[in-house]
Design a protein around this ligand. Sequence first.
Ligand code: ZN
Length: 150
Amino acid sequence: MDDLQDLYQQLILDHNKSPRNLGKLEDYNRQAQGYNPLCGDKLQVFLHVEDGIVKDISFEGSGCAISTASASLMTQSVKGKTVEQARATFESFHQMLTEDSDNESDESALGKLVVFSGVCKYPARVKCATLAWHTVNAALSDSVKPVSTE
Ligand code: ZN
């Protein structure tokens, strides 16, 4: 077993078991819902955005280990970022999972999110991993339509 992949897996399992920022924010001003029909993952994100900064963020939902861990890590990553930074992180994350390249230059910006880099080998799982990000992106855009990965 590759040590690094093993470490990544541990982190995903840990975030699935004890998701960070779980539960509805009391004081949110943006929210969006996401659904991945392929796997049955459902989630809702709540954001408190003030002066263009994501002051607080949380999520609720039910889904597979990858979608839950990804939502948990997404909230940690986005919290405290500006809306532009959060969008840029979404783009980098999406690229890492959907583009077949060995470009590792973005990985420093992604931090812990690189744990999902192995997911690109499993196309069905990519939707699980990106669901939280599509959802938060919709919330940042003030979209009222529920997000679907289909
Ligand atoms: Zn899933």
